[in-house]
Write a protein that binds this ligand. Structure first.
Ligand code: NAD
Length: 294
């Protein structure tokens, strides 16, 4: 049993903390929202009055927060108060520069840390099948791995500080671009009188094959579980896709990488969001490509 503090008990944090409780860990949590705390309590998480109280005696501090500024402010608050030798794990999706700053704050206070963003969404969080992409030292990763296990389907050590966030945004940039490519192909097929099923049958076993087509097909029919079959209810909301594409663009600028298709995908998802579709699954961008969404 490990004593764990969990800061940020939202859509992802709450089910993740619940899986740590189920695995027999002593989990104390804190969130700014009272409803989130009430849900956590029902799941067996001990609720603290503030973040400082939540980390008292904790061997591991996990954060699951909206953005880099929240993570940096929580790290600045908590690192000086943490138990000697505590491990800090940040599973939020944040920009690579902030992730590296968070590692530096932990190191200043003699703490080990890893960035460990996830993919798998709220379904994966509830099922304990998230993929964790970890960045940090070998020692920090060795300590983190058994703690992450009850929440994980797969855990990959991607490299040093920030490498987990780098892997996450590179992967999601591929996803955003490929979904637009698959959507455009279906729209072209429709104009050419080619059925969705015929395009799927050919492309899914040809060189056009990709996850956006075969797991998350953006038209109803060929892949019965894809969000297109339930009117594009997420799934993975377009607002979150836009967040990740923007993080990829920030990182590309900061690192001097040329990513013109990533930039274009960011603009298209920004327009889709601006039309009020942030809560739609990101595969719903096909409607925008058809000129339907508005
Ligand atoms: P969420 O908004 O539901 O949860 C974030 C929680 O953090 C909120 O409950 C908020 O009250 C809390 N919070 C903010 N500042 C705080 C502070 N100073 N102290 C304590 N609590 C604080 O968001 P989410 O969907 O749970 O996502 C969390 C992170 O995981 C984000 O970075 C997101 O990009 C990433 N993520 C989300 C998904 C998904 O499908 N929802 C998938 C992968 C990654």
């Amino acid at each position: 049993m490990t004593t764990i503090a969990f800061i940020g008990l939202g859509n992802m944090g709450n089910p993740m903390a619940a899986n740590l409780v189920k695995a027999g860990h002593a989990v104390t949590g804190f969130d700014l929202v009272a409803d989130s705390l009430a849900t956590a309590e029902k799941n067996g998480v001990a609720v603290a009055a503030n973040a400082g109280a939540a980390i008292e005696g904790a061997d591991v501090v996990i954060t699951m927060l909206p953005a880099g500024k929240h993570v940096l402010s929580v790290y600045a608050d908590l690192a000086p108060k943490a138990k000697k030798g505590a491990l800090f794990i940040d599973s939020s999706t944040i920009d690579v520069d902030s992730a590296r700053k968070a590692h530096a704050i932990a190191a200043e206070h003699g703490l080990l840390s890893i960035d460990a963003p996830v993919s798998g969404g709220t379904g994966g969080a509830a099922a304990g099948t998230l993929t964790f992409m970890a960045g940090g030292s070998r020692d920090a990763f060795a300590l983190a791995e058994p703690v992450l296990k009850p929440m994980a389907g797969r855990i990959v050590h991607c490299g040093d500080a920030g490498a987990g966030q780098a892997a996450k945004i590179c992967n999601n940039m591929i996803l955003g671009i490929s979904m637009i490519g698959v959507g455009e192909a279906f729209v072209l097929a429709e104009k050419l009188g080619l059925s969705h099923q015929a395009l799927f049958d050919v492309a899914s076993t040809s060189s056009g094959q990709c996850w956006s087509l075969t797991t998350y097909c953006p038209v109803p029919g060929p892949v019965p579980n894809s969000p297109a079959n339930r009117d594009y209810k997420p799934g993975f909301a377009a607002a979150l896709m836009l967040k990740d594409l923007k993080l990829a663009q920030e990182a590309a600028q900061s690192a001097g990488a040329v990513t013109p298709l990533g930039a274009e995908a960011t603009q298209l998802y920004a327009l889709f969001n601006a039309q009020g579709h942030g809560g739609t699954d990101f595969s719903g961008i096909i409607r925008f490509l058809r000129g339907e969404a508005g």
